[in-house]
Design a protein around this ligand. Structure first.
Ligand code: TXA
Ligand code: MG
Length: 310
């Protein structure tokens, strides 16, 4: 049985208690729902992989309540400081050198010498982190390779019975995962486009980001087929084939529209929910072209993986 909690004082305390007990709780963040475990508890972290059916141990993001907490786990730097000042709490994850003696389960980093850290902006998530007084490892709360969850109902559709609880605090406001910036190399690198536009990161750093090619990344979100609905997905559709459902963008006739007004922020917030809904029709999904700037980059990245050969 999976309990449903709400963001009351009781719900927050219960979520923290379950995490302390070493079981899994799906928690809302502003990007997507996360499948959370206490990052210091190896058995709990292993449970994440089991619940998601993730085929291998890929490194996880550690969520912390504030910058000070993050500094306990990673070697901080000027660039990290600039980005954290500008965008935390928020949809930004930083990959930095792992500090020795961090006390984290080595499953969190999959044995890497670096660690991904994020300070989320979601109030309920922040309260759980403060109540736990510890680091929380959390990938997106969906079965491996499937569409990410932006509502508690999405979480339950994929993970019901496999996790102890879900804390329901409504739909996620951003709707796509965090932007991941690598700060372990010579220059800052974009490891995953996400809910914070790349342009904003570059403006804050005063330099362009390096893009790391897929082969170097051990990120599951970088696997070709990911975020995949059951049926086929066809991109940049200008016409609809018989039997298809159309996911639109901007003013047009379609089955569901990411943003009739052509707003990329609204489209990101709707992306996974609309994919879940169209997936439920069982029909092949065609998707209208989406502009490739701002949050459009993260949207197109997710759509390309949803459409990739499986
Ligand atoms: O918005 C998000 O980032 C959500 C919410 C729940 O915070 N989390 C999320 O986690 O998307 P996940 O596990 O689905 O994706 C984390 C990505 C993976 O692609 C992983 O490989 C990468 O971060 N990652 C984690 N640690 C890393 C590291 N040390 N070096 C490079 N990539 C890393
Ligand atoms: Mg994911």
């Amino acid at each position: 049985m999976t309990e449903t909690l709400t963001s009351t004082a009781e719900g927050i305390a219960r979520a923290a208690e379950l995490l302390r007990d070493g079981v899994l709780v799906a928690l809302p963040t502003e990007t997507v729902y996360g499948l959370a475990a206490d990052a210091r508890n190896g058995v709990a972290v292993a449970g994440i992989y089991e619940a998601k059916g993730r085929p291998s141990f890929n490194p996880l993001i550690v969520h912390l309540p504030d910058v000070e907490a993050a500094k306990r786990y990673v070697e901080w730097s000027d660039e990290a400081d600039r980005l954290a000042q500008a965008f935390w709490p928020g949809a930004l994850t930083l990959v930095l050198p792992l500090k020795a003696g961090s006390g984290l389960s080595s499953l969190v980093t999959a044995g890497l010498p670096s660690l991904a850290v994020r300070v989320p902006a979601h109030p309920a998530m922040k309260q759980v982190l403060e109540a736990l007084e510890g680091p929380v490892a959390a990938p997106s709360a969906n079965p491996s390779g499937k569409i990410s969850a932006t509502t508690a109902a999405h979480v339950l559709a994929g993970l019901q019975g496999r996790i102890a609880a879900v804390l329901d605090d409504g739909p996620c406001s951003v709707g796509v995962e965090s932007t991941i910036i690598g700060l372990t190399g010579e220059r800052p690198a974009l490891l995953r486009a996400g809910g914070l536009p790349v342009e904003a990161v570059e403006a804050a750093l005063g330099e362009t980001l390096e893009t790391v090619d897929g082969a170097e990344i051990i990120a599951p979100g970088q696997l070709q087929s990911h975020y995949a609905p059951g049926a086929a997905v066809r991109l940049d559709a200008v016409t609809v084939e018989p039997g298809e459902v159309l996911l639109g963008f901007g003013p047009m006739d379609c089955d569901l529209n990411l943003s009739p007004a052509g707003d990329l922020t609204e489209a990101a917030a709707n992306l996974f929910d609309h994919l879940h809904q169209l997936d439920a029709t069982g029909k092949p999904i065609s998707v209208a072209p989406i502009p490739d700037h701002g949050l459009g980059r993260a949207i197109n990245d997710r759509l390309a993986r949803a459409a990739a050969p499986r």
